[in-house]
Design a protein around this ligand. Sequence first.
Ligand SMILES: Cc1cc2nc3c(=O)[nH]c(=O)nc-3n(C[C@H](O)[C@H](O)[C@H](O)COP(=O)(O)O)c2cc1C
Length: 212
Amino acid sequence: MSTLLELTPDELLSTTRCVRRRLDLERPVERELIEECLGLAQQAPVASYNENWHFVVVTDPDKRAALGDLWRKFGARYLGERPDPSVELPAGTTRLLDSVWFLMDHIGDVPVHVIPCIEGRTDGKPVPQQASRWGTIVPAAWSFMLAARTRGLGTCWTTFHLGHEEEAAELLGIPYGDVMQAALIPVAYAIGTDFRPARRKPLDEIVHWDGW
Ligand SMILES: Cc1cc2nc3c(=O)[nH]c(=O)nc-3n(C[C@H](O)[C@H](O)[C@H](O)COP(=O)(O)O)c2cc1C
């Protein structure tokens, strides 16, 4: 078992941030560490009686580069032009865009890509079916990210490559007709371990007791 950061459960829950600029692109990540995190992910709730989730872990440099191309292709469509540094934007927007564009430039260099997958496509299916399928894979993937954080790794939930999900499936041999990909989680050692809670809305703007 690897050494864990000294974080209380509340610190872990409030400081597991999306890490982009602070991913250490030079340091390899041990396979055992990824396996420990995935073992913990498997303890998440599953909607059906059997486990229908899968995790494709990509370390092969050529495959990461190819996934990076797909990620970037959709990302560029979504983001539009790279921001002009002479145009002033609110500080938070500039920070977020800088961070996303950093990952646009380096996604293929991140040492590990983890793609959480779930059996059974729900395209066009009724909402209960969609909710139970996504509701199975999302908590497991988030548990993976929390476990990674306690081991000094940085992660970020990303979905850009899903704009080209079928091509990614072909690249990795994922049976596209039967299996949905939920995300692409870049994983690397985090540079430093101090992360702060995010600024969020006051609770009473989003919580509705006994009705909306
Ligand atoms: C469902 C979902 C999809 C996301 N997709 C991407 C993505 O494709 N690329 C990316 O750089 N970040 C992606 N993000 C990260 C968000 O942009 C990130 O949450 C944002 O930077 C705010 O971070 P914070 O919640 O830690 O404050 C995604 C996050 C979520 C929850």
